[in-house]
Design a protein around this ligand. Sequence first.
Ligand code: ACO
Length: 390
Amino acid sequence: MNTTLNTFTHSANPEFSEQKIGETTVLRKQNDDSRIILDPGLQHTAVCISHVGKINPLIPQISYRGYDVQTLAVENRFAEVAHLLIEGESKADGAFERLLIASTIERLPATRALWSSMPDSPLTSFESAAVLLAGADAKNTGREETSAYVIGAMAAATMVFHDPIGQHTNIIDSNRDDFVSLILAGCFGQQPKAAAYKALNEFLILHAEHGMNCSTLAVRTVVSTGGEAYDAIVAGIAAFKGPLHGGASRIVGEILDILAASGEDIERFIQRKLDSKERIHGFGHRIYRKEDPRAAFMRKNLECEQNHLSRYEKIALSLAQAAIRIEKFRERGIAVNPDLFNGLLLRRAGFVSSENTALLCLSRSAGWLAHHFDSINTKEPLLRPQELSA
Ligand code: ACO
């Protein structure tokens, strides 16, 4: 980074002198030593030293507490990974999973009552309301109990969304020893098939944590004020919903619907979007210039099953393959992001694309909770940025 740059008076604020360092601007007050860094989009700003996970966008690689995410997705259960993220270690005795299951089942009656007052809400809104209600009802303040209550509230919201009047009670009762099976049984009222289980378990693990980003920053901002885990998670959901972040997954689902119905040539579709200066969801990432490791994992799995793919899966793979040939994407390093594929795993598990973002929030709640406790452990100061007046 070039640090020997011109210093000049900031046009809008004569009290500051301004120094350009790469894409950021350092503003120094004229009469004292204080400084402000102007970094729109926070592209060059680290707000904390996190102990939760690591991302290396160059390899590219993602790890949770030192464990590679792709290995975790193949070898572990979501509850184990959630515990690893939140506590920094995995617990082989299943105690956290039992707590998670008990919390989910405990939240069901109150969540059903809540649903009756907002029956037409999208799942993300219902999920937020369910977490806030759980916060109001919570009696335990321990780390594991709080985490299980938050994640349990989100799982209960998903189950109630599918079964508002509680018709699946019997099948829920026979799936009380596995968190992912419990969700599937509660949603669909039948014993989960192995393929549906694998798809949902992989999905929940792959998206459980992804370092610093808009939603994790929202979570850590609330925590830094002394706010509670329930409020922090609701802030995370609110930030995640937007179409440039976790909301992209829902939009990719809509794109696949349109392409499946129209049969339009994939390359023509991409070119048409680019010509009209539209962004194509499922591509591009702030930190990766190569294919994101989560997307690579899902793409490779689809390629291994070439002969057994659904129509949607074939279209998503064709989009990924066509994008490699698009000049603008090659030049700018715009590669496939996980939102191109993650709805496909959910579809295999039985969900529809309008639920994609809410299920991403359920998955990411583990990472958000890990950041919540990491922020408390490291005694992070109040996150209080500045602005410059025009
Ligand atoms: N389709 C078309 N063009 C794109 C795309 C895309 N998906 N992504 C970036 N570009 C172009 C932009 O139009 C811009 O071009 P221009 O300079 O000619 O105007 C250039 O690439 C740089 O775009 P920025 O938004 O400045 O780049 P940034 O690194 O901030 O983008 C982002 C990251 C917002 C994710 C972007 O790639 C995007 O909008 N993607 C589509 C939405 C999406 O899939 N989001 C999910 C991200 S993954 C996640 O959050 C889980």
